[in-house]
Every structure is written in structure tokens, then in C-alpha cells.
Write a new protein. Structure first.
Length: 481
């Protein structure tokens, strides 16, 4: 191997009648490269939470009702969730570095255009497109990190730092969104992505090595298209049902399409076998199904309550955008700090007990707030206590579910398993916004809708504790390691 080749340069090796393109590994990835890749991931996750506190401002500016705000939130997560596995296939097929750079250019450009949106339809279409760009970035960034780090210990540290961005983005989103919305206006929450994308693009274009382009089979197009249609039609029915009426033709058609598309998806995956987007053989251990269901429930409660409480804080309690962002700190700070401890705990005792305790904390955190939706000091204290418990619960649940998935799938499906967990979580987030937004819209007052939403979120978290405690699999690492 020629040591004079620069990162990202490829070598062709002849094996039999085939030429395999083998990328050159750098001796050791630089810290700057890790920062560049993590910036792209941070930007994708930031976009999921930064919008929440800007929703009332968007509503006033574009004259958007509750269902429109649900589409602003869900437009991003629908395409992000539905396309994660396909973009993982693209990363394997065309190389992680190349796909990551495509995603950065698309995400930065679309974010800049989103800031100029003048109506709801334009903004929602751009949010759908941003979800596609975000889905390109997530698996590709992990592929580049995995390839750049040759040693197991070095790779574990790099992936751990990359994964820690999840908590940082969740913590930063509401606060940064509140500051920008208050000081500049809601359009600035999209413009912030432009310099982040540019910095990441410059770093990764110069330093990122190319990954192995694996000779994978054809894309599971039937499974991919049917999954997008099923999820989109379900969310459409849940959001538009209260507005147009549950007996409206397009709402009934949406639910019928959901059922048909889901049936097509299941049939396509069973027929495709190991070439499927979700290979059926992955589900030989019921622990995987439990982890995916628990991941869906976790994000149902988290994303749904972020949506509802953001509106409640600003419309019922009269907080400014910045004040609403600060009000979420008791929830978001534990998710940025605690996963380091949780990861070690899961390594020692396995994922079941941390996940179960985490869901129980989430449930108590949601339910303790439900009776207190006024403006009294007691009500605000209940909010702080409840959000703190909820945030610590999330910080226990998410690392445990990652371990539960990795311990439940065959080694050859480890990457698909991790992608499937991410997809399940984002599907749960979309359903949480749709269902709790529905509850909010049907309630007589904002306070009543918030109470019902907190109860539903708490009950879903309790069900998550039941699923985790009874079916989540995974064993601890070797003797406390």
C-alpha cells in the first residue's frame, strides 16, 4: 500500500475476475475529522428539537393551525425514519464519504431555502426533503468513523463520542431555538444549519477517507416504497381526521392505504428473505422486537410531549420562546450528561433493568405534571420535577435499547439492527406528535389537552417499562468492562 496516497484515495485490487475498490485507511483519524463528522450528525439531530419552541412563532407568521404545526414537525421525521435503512444501503453501495458529502450539500442548501418559505405547503415540502438529506448523513457518518478507526478500542471511543452528540443536540435544540426565535425570528432556526454544514463539508472533504464500497444486492424498492406510503398515510389520517372529520373521504382513504401498504410491506419482506430491507431472520430473537417496540414508545412520549409542552408553555403560561427553551432544560440536560454513566451501567448489568427503570422514571415524570397545568408556584415546581425525572428516564432508556438491539441480532445484521432501532424511534416520534396533537386539538382548552397528553405519555412509558422488563434481551459485558 503506497503511503503517499492521500485520505479518500482508492486502490484497485484484482481478485479473480473482479476488481474490488479498496480505500486506503489513514494511520489514525484526526480529532478534526471526528469533529467534522459529528457536526453533521449534530445538525441532523438539532433539527428535530430546535423547531419545537419556534412553533407558535411559525403559526403566527404563516397563519398555521395546529394540524399545520404537526406537519412542520412530522414532515422531517417521516422521511428521516422511512429512509434510514435505504440510505444505509446507499452508503454501502457508493461509499460513506461520498454519501455524507451529498447529504451535507443537500441539508445546507435546503435549510437555507427553508428560511425563505412564505407558506405552509412550501415549508412542509422542504421539511420532507430535509428528512431525506438527514437520513443520508446518519449512516454515512458512522460508516466513515468505523472505517477510519482501525483499532477496536479507538473505534469504541470514536463511536462513543459521536453517539454522545445525541444528548448534546437534544439539550441544545430548545434553548438555541428559543434564543434565535426571540432575537432574530423563526427563520433563523434553519439558517443556523448553513454554516454548520459548510464547516462539516470543508473538514470531511479534506480529511475523510472513503469506505469500502460493498457489492450489495439490489435495493428492496417494494419494501421501501410501501413503508413510506404506510407511515405517511397513517400520519395524514391522524393529523387531518380532527380537521376534516373522521368520515371524510380522504381520511378514510388514508387509513385504507395504510393497511394495504403495510400488508404489501410484510409480504415483500417475507419474500425477499435476507435481501429485504428488514430481513425476517433478524427477528428470530424476540428481544429485537421488544427493543424496537420500546424505542417506538420512548420517542412517542418524548417527541409528543416536546410538541405539546412547547405550545403549552408559550400559549397558556405566557413564556417567551427563550423562556420555553429554558423551561425544557430539566429534561434535556440529563440526556446530555447521564448516558456516559448509563453506558457503563448497561455494560455491567445488561440493558433490561436500566431500560425498565428509565421508562418508569419517564412515566412518573409525565404523570406528576398532569394535575398541575396552572401558573401557580406549585404547578411550575411540578413541571421542573416532572421534566427532570422524565429526562433522567430518557437517559437510561436510549443507551439500554441500543445494547438490547446489538445483543439480539445476528452479527451480520448488526448495522441493519441499529438502523432499524433509529427508524422505529423516529416512527414513534411522528406518531407521538400526531396522536398527542390530536388530543390537544380535541380538548376544550389548552390546559385540558396538555393534562390528557401527559397522562397518555405516562401510560405509554409504563407500557414501555412492561415491554422492557418482560422481553428485552442482552447480556452484560465481561466482568464490569
Amino acid at each position: 500500500m503506497d503511503p503517499t496516497l492521500i485520505p479518500g484515495e482508492l486502490m484497485a485490487m484484482q481478485t479473480g475476475n473482479h476488481t474490488v475498490v479498496e480505500p486506503v485507511r489513514p494511520a489514525k483519524p484526526s480529532r478534526t475529522l471526528l469533529i467534522g463528522l459529528s457536526l453533521g450528525y449534530f445538525m441532523v439531530l438539532l433539527d428535530m428539537t430546535i423547531v419545537s419552541v419556534a412553533l407558535p412563532s411559525i403559526s403566527r407568521s404563516l397563519h398555521v393551525d395546529l394540524s399545520g404545526l404537526q406537519w412542520v414537525t412530522n414532515g422531517y421525521t417521516i422521511t428521516f425514519a422511512a429512509l434510514l435503512l435505504t440510505t444505509g444501503w446507499l452508503s454501502d453501495r457508493f461509499g460513506g464519504r461520498r454519501v455524507f458529502l451529498w447529504g451535507l450539500v443537500a441539508f445546507g442548501t435546503l435549510s437555507g431555502i427553508s428560511a425563505a418559505a412564505s407558506d405552509l405547503t412550501t415549508l412542509v415540502v422542504l421539511r420532507l426533503a430535509l428528512g431525506i438529506a438527514g437520513a443520508l448523513l446518519l449512516p454515512a457518518s458512522l460508516a466513515v468513523i468505523t472505517h477510519a478507526c482501525t483499532g477496536p478500542a479507538e473505534r469504541a471511543r470514536a463511536v462513543g463520542s459521536w453517539a454522545a452528540i445525541t444528548g448534546a443536540a437534544l439539550a441544545a435544540g430548545p434553548v438555541v431555538g428559543g434564543v434565535l426565535t426571540e432575537a432574530v425570528g423563526w427563520r433563523s432556526i434553519f439558517l443556523i444549519n448553513v454554516p454548520l454544514a459548510l464547516v462539516s463539508l470543508v473538514i470531511t472533504a479534506r480529511l475523510a477517507p472513503e469506505t469500502v464500497r460493498k457489492p450489495r444486492g439490489g435495493l428492496d424498492l417494494t419494501g421501501q416504497v410501501s413503508s413510506v406510503i404506510a407511515l405517511g398515510a397513517l400520519v395524514y389520517g391522524l393529523i387531518e381526521g380532527p380537521v376534516k372529520g373522521w368520515a371524510a373521504a380522504d381520511v378514510l382513504i388514508a387509513f385504507a392505504v395504510t393497511v394495504m401498504a403495510a400488508a404489501v410491506f410484510v409480504r415483500a419482506e417475507l419474500r425477499a428473505g435476507d435481501a429485504a430491507m428488514l430481513p425476517p431472520r433478524m427477528f428470530g430473537d424476540r428481544g429485537l422486537s421488544a427493543a424496537l417496540l420500546a424505542g417506538l414508545m420512548a420517542n412517542f412520549a418524548l417527541s409528543g410531549l416536546l410538541f405539546v409542552l412547547s405550545l403549552f408553555f408559550q400559549e397558556s403560561r405566557g413564556y417567551s420562546s427563550f423562556g420555553a427553551g429554558l423551561a425544557f432544560l430539566p429534561l434535556t440536560l440529563p440526556t446530555a450528561i447521564n448516558p456516559i454513566f448509563t453506558g457503563r451501567l448497561v455494560g455491567r448489568i445488561g440493558p433490561r433493568r436500566p431500560a425498565t427503570v428509565g421508562f418508569a422514571l419517564m412515566a412518573v415524570g409525565a404523570l406528576v405534571q398532569a394535575p398541575f397545568t396552572g401558573r401557580s408556584a406549585l404547578a411550575q415546581a411540578a413541571t421542573v420535577v416532572g421534566l427532570t425525572l422524565f429526562g433522567f428516564g430518557v437517559s437510561f432508556v436510549l443507551p439500554a435499547l441500543v445494547a438490547g438491539v446489538s445483543g439480539s441480532v445476528p452479527a451480520e445484521f448488526a448495522g441493519i439492527g441499529a438502523g432499524t432501532l433509529n427508524s422505529a424511534r423516529q416512527v414513534g416520534g411522528s406518531l407521538g406528535v400526531a396522536v398527542l396533537g390530536l388530543v390537544l386539538g380535541l380538548a376544550s382548552t389548552s390546559a385540558a389537552g396538555t393534562r390528557f397528553s401527559l397522562v397518555i405519555g405516562g401510560v405509554v412509558a409504563l407500557l414501555g417499562a412492561l415491554v422492557s422488563g418482560s422481553a428485552l434481551r442482552g447480556r452484560p459485558s465481561v466482568q464490569g468492562r
